[in-house]
Write a protein that binds this ligand. Structure first.
Ligand code: HEM
Length: 422
């Protein structure tokens, strides 16, 4: 199959860019016109894109030794030696230190804090308020991750640290630096330093304490990691562990707002069932259509052969979760929001559904993120009614795939329910 860009594909890609206001449009066009293996034809930036079950299996499992996670870009500049972007033994060491805190068996222990932070944020909502679920979701997700992993109550720090976090996320998001790596990027140094100082202060405070905690931060300290390395893991977990959950929460509410019939059925289910199957299906289907991490970024270390062609060593490669999840040959009516496709007993082919990646480097927080989403969404739906304001929403390719310009919903406290979780 040819991976060259014909003038017709180029025109269709441009049209899609203008229509969808995001590079996702052109990516879909190139996938349709060229296939599951193609190269982005930009000056100074020509990564290969692969997708589909076979490619995913190779990249994530069977031939993963041919790729490196470490690249040279703003992500590595900021996360430095974070577990997400280092390779080999170094990666395995950090991962092993952090896994116990996110093991599925620990999750029930986090339920009370997940619910109490959700309650805290929503206690500020007044009847009739229009809230942005992207903003509220971020507050909830940040409070939860800081408490769960570092036993840090983030509430009073939100006003001070909110902007530095958003700036860190903006810094690692795709931008003009893709075409010009050394482009001047003013306005980031100060907020990034504030974020570092904040994390270093948390580490120092913990190191001074006599009584210990059993959280992820303590595991890192007890393992004898340097302060800088602890900071790298904390920043990685703080960003990877909240920006993804924020996007998921916001997209779920965008989907419910745009599909009132599903919304109504879901409210009925969470009101009456202790564990709502539809809630699970809604979360899964939202992750299919809008996977917060929509691509995996790799550097090819040795020539990588696919059925459609070879990626030479040294090149950048992305495996596209987004394109895999919208492949019409795998998913019937792939563009439609249809939670029932995940109803009990229906199976998806291996590596066709990869919202958390796959293989030994799949998402370390997958179980945590899903449990968190179930608890937070059920709590919100039980305690508030949500009315979507009907504004247009498009998918923005930031550090995660985000609904822009947010998801604005009118909220009212529901009178029927006592405050409880799932
Ligand atoms: C809805 C929530 C989440 C989604 C959709 C998600 C998605 C992903 C994906 C797709 C990957 C693999 C990327 C690749 O192959 O290049 C990944 C890796 C990772 N995720 Fe998540 N994630 C979520 C929540 C979390 C949470 C809650 C945490 C932390 C508590 C977390 C921490 C990480 C880390 C550290 C890695 C790197 C793992 C490694 O390389 O060993 N994620 N995530």
């Amino acid at each position: 199959m040819s991976q060259q860009l014909s003038p017709e594909t180029g025109r269709a890609a441009l049209k899609a860019l203008l229509q969808e206001r995001s590079p996702l449009g052109p990516l879909k066009v190139m996938a349709q016109h060229i296939g599951r293996f193609f190269q982005i034809p930009l000056p100074f930036f020509h990564p290969y894109i692969v997708f589909g079950p076979e490619a995913n299996r190779k990249v994530l499992v069977t031939e993963r030794d041919k790729v490196l996670w470490r690249n040279t870009d703003p992500v590595t500049d900021v996360l430095n030696h974070g577990v997400l972007i280092v390779d080999g033994g170094e990666h395995d060491h950090y991962r092993k230190l952090m896994e116990p805190s996110l093991h599925p068996s620990t999750l029930p222990g986090y339920t009370p804090l997940i619910l109490s932070h959700t309650e805290r944020v929503t206690s500020q909502w007044r009847d009739g308020d229009v809230v942005d679920m992207l903003v509220e979701g971020r507050k909830i997700a940040l409070l939860i991750i800081m408490d769960a992993l570092f036993s840090k109550d983030f509430w009073n720090d939100i006003p001070r640290i909110w902007n530095p976090i958003l700036k860190a996320i903006e810094f690692i998001s795709p931008g003009a630096w893709i075409l010009w790596r050394k482009i001047p990027r003013p306005g980031f140094r100060k907020p990034l330093k504030e974020l570092d100082d904040y994390l270093f202060a948390i580490i120092e405070e913990r190191q001074k304490r006599v009584e210990t905690k059993a959280d992820l931060l303590q595991h890192l300290i007890d393992a004898g990691l340097s302060k800088q390395l602890i900071r790298d893991q904390m920043l990685t977990m703080m960003i990877a562990g909240h920006d993804t959950s924020t996007a998921l929460l916001a997209w779920v509410f965008a989907m419910l707002g745009q599909h009132p019939e599903v919304h109504q059925r879901l409210v009925n289910e969470v009101d009456t069932l202790e564990k709502s199957p539809l809630l699970d299906q809604v979360i899964k289907e939202t992750l299919r259509l809008y996977p917060p991490i929509h691509i995996g970024n790799r550097r090819v270390a040795e020539d990588f052969h696919f059925d459609e062609g070879t990626i030479p060593a040294g090149e950048r490669m992305f495996y596209s979760i987004y394109l895999t999840h919208r492949d019409e040959s795998i998913w019937k009516d792939a563009e439609d929001f249809c939670p029932e496709r995940f109803a009990h007993g229906r199976k998806t082919p291996p590596f066709a559904y990869v919202p958390f990646g796959g293989g030994p480097r799949s998402c370390i927080g997958a179980a945590f993120g899903q449990a968190e989403a179930r608890l937070v969404i059920a709590y919100l739906l039980k305690n508030f009614s949500f009315e979507f304001t009907g504004h247009p929403i498009h998918a923005h390719m930031g550090a995660t795939l985000e609904p822009r310009p947010g998801v604005k919903m009118k909220v009212n406290k529901r009178k029927l329910n006592s405050i409880n979780g799932t």
